[in-house]
Design a protein. Structure first.
Length: 598
């Protein structure tokens, strides 16, 4: 007998109109986030350097900068910095600004756009995850999947208001990839996987390992079952065609070079050749598995061997940075460190859910009712295990690992929680079901971190966090904007993007690997001898020196060069050619005019 509520047939609503209810749930969640983070929106609190640079990229587009020109001319003047992104993620932000601007003005339109834009890929992710849960678990399992997604702390941070960089959209396309792998309609599933992979690669290469794994899964399904040929054909054509279209429409002028860090001719050729080979062997489609496996191995060998032979420069780190830049800067980026080098409070909640997701996918595969379900759960389990292993390389894999774990955790909760709910003893039904859900959803990790103080932050770390927040804050930046006419300020690498967003000043560098010389120049200036600073600053036309005492970057200066220029500044030993500029009491900065005539 179907359940009814207020005249609604709940079974019908939740199974047949699930997408409508998912979008309604998204609207409620989005409204809550906008309300709870309204203070951040009003302050334009873009917490990450990439979020700040994304807004500058959108501003440039709306101000008439060329579609294919992604240089940032307010850093490293006069030539500017080469940014390796694409315009794809700029579009919804720019559209929202143009929508709101006639009603609230440019400044508020930017704030509203930065608040709303990250929530758009959340809607895609919720719908894709709901579809996966319906296909693989039960038609009414999608609300449980969304609840578990809300508990994926690392994943959800990528969708928060003001998180306008590309990670949210890449996670959305990853969720569509999983949805496509779970699709019983083969051609549609292959098309979904191919197009979502192509869109993700158009944005950036962060999800390249997952895209490659998705392609391998599609090929192996065909190897196992020749009837999967339609899925592989649709995937091959959409991957090659979608990547080509993404390159033509969105690749910047700089990305036409043979670089390894974006969808350049290097990776475009890989996608086109891979798609062509997969489609070609699908036309042969021999009856035997051994024959199909042989064709797949040959195709894979051609792609891998050709890549190594034609693009040997891309066999190492895709960033292609010098050893000095890696040591001075890239190896010190926190998100590029493995999970075991982070605090327990950060690492434990991220690691728990992927483990649960792998277990859940394994249990669901064991209980699968059809071959399609079995293959899909095996694929999701492999995806989740791979992402969990990636955490041992870089913690930045955390959001993807948690997202991929959500289907497995949902399947486990769908099995375990009803067992407790149906128990004959009421205490077991109530307490057991709550405890089981907290356990299999990974939500218990938050309680563990809150009440088990394994590694409380040190006084030094607290001071660094405080300095990072104050120097990037709206109040401090407004102070700098008022203190000087438009000028070029020589300052820290990580402060550059925030400086150009919040003030009318120019900076020197930002944390973007293609601009290694500018980053090295800043580090050399601060860690080298005092006499060398002015020569470096003069090359960029810097008129002022701005420092943020105790900012995270300054700890690197002092540790690498205890007697260098910054260490002397911190000890109060400013040279005579630096003229102090008075700032209001309590200012988080120190500011000097650089005198070149002394």
């Amino acid at each position: 007998m179907s359940k009814r509520f207020g005249g609604l047939n709940l079974d019908h609503e939740l199974t047949e109109r699930w997408l409508r209810w998912t979008l309604l749930a998204w609207a409620v969640i989005a409204g809550w986030y906008l309300w709870s983070r309204w203070g951040y929106i009003q302050a334009l609190a873009l917490g990450d350097t990439d979020d700040n640079m994304r807004l500058m990229q959108v501003r440039g587009l709306l101000a008439g900068q060329g579609w294919y020109d992604l240089r940032q001319y307010r850093l490293a003047p006069p030539a500017g910095l080469d940014i390796h992104w694409s315009r794809l993620v700029d579009l919804p932000i720019a559209a929202l600004i143009l929508l709101f601007k006639p009603f609230v003005g440019t400044a508020m339109a930017e704030r509203l756009a930065c608040g709303i834009a990250p929530l758009l890929p959340l809607a895609v992710t919720m719908a894709a995850l709901g579809a996966t849960a319906r296909r693989l678990i039960a038609p009414m399992a999608w609300p449980l999947a969304i609840v578990i997604l809300m508990g994926c702390t690392a994943t959800m941070l990528m969708f928060m208001p003001m998180r306008i960089d590309h990670h949210g959209w890449q996670l959305a396309f990853l969720s569509l990839t999983v949805m496509g792998l779970a699709d019983p309609r083969r051609a549609r599933g292959g098309l979904t996987v191919g197009l979502s992979s192509a869109a993700s690669l158009t944005i950036g290469l962060e999800m390249l390992p997952y895209c490659a794994m998705a392609g391998a899964i599609v090929a192996l399904r065909w190897v196992w079952d020749g009837a999967e040929v339609r899925r592989m054909q649709a995937y091959a054509l959409s991957l090659a065609g979608g990547s080509s279209l993404g390159f033509v429409i969105f690749a910047s002028n700089a990305n036409y070079a043979l670089r390894c860090d974006a969808l350049t001719p290097v990776w475009l050729s890989v996608m086109v050749v891979a798609g062509a080979l997969l489609f070609g062997i699908s036309l042969l489609n021999p009856d035997g598995r051994i024959a199909r496996l042989g064709l797949a191995v040959v195709a894979g060998g051609i792609v891998a061997g050709g890549f190594a032979a034609v693009f040997p420069q891309c066999l190492g780190r895709p960033e292609g940075v010098s050893p000095e830049l890696a040591e001075v800067w890239l190896n010190n980026v926190r998100e590029a460190r493995p999970i075991y080098k982070h605090s327990f409070a950060m690492g434990f909640p991220i690691a728990v859910l992927p483990i649960i997701g792998v277990i859940g996918a394994g249990v669901a595969a064991w209980r699968a009712r059809s071959a399609d379900q079995l293959v899909a759960w095996v694929a999701i389990g492999l995806f989740t295990a791979f992402a969990a292993a990636m955490l041992l390389w870089q913690i930045r894999a955390g959001p993807a690992a948690q997202l991929l774990a959500a289907p497995g955790a949902t399947a486990l909760a769908w099995i375990v929680v009803p067992w407790f709910l149906n128990h004959k003893w009421m205490p077991v039904r109530i307490l057991g079901s709550v405890a089981a859900f907290l356990l299999v959803s990974g939500l218990f990790a938050g309680f563990v971190v809150k009440y088990v103080k394994v590694d409380p932050p040190s006084k030094t770390r607290s001071a660094v966090n405080r300095a990072n927040a104050r120097c990037a804050g709206a109040a401090g930046m407004a102070m700098l904007d008022r203190a000087l006419p438009p000028s070029t300020l020589f300052t820290h690498v990580d402060l550059g993007p925030r400086l150009i967003v919040m003030t009318h000043h120019k900076g020197i560098a930002g944390p973007y690997h293609r601009n290694g010389q500018a980053i090295l120049d800043v580090h050399h200036a601060f860690t080298g001898p005092t006499d060398a600073f002015r020569g470096i600053a003069k090359r960029y036309g810097a008129q002022y020196l701005l420092v943020c005492p105790n900012m995270a970057e300054t700890t690197i200066y002092r540790s690498r060069s205890p007697k260098g220029f910054y260490a002397q500044l911190a000890a109060g030993g400013a040279p005579s050619w630096l003229e102090p500029i008075a700032l209001p009491k309590g200012a988080p900065y120190r500011l000097w005019r650089i005198r070149y005539d002394r």
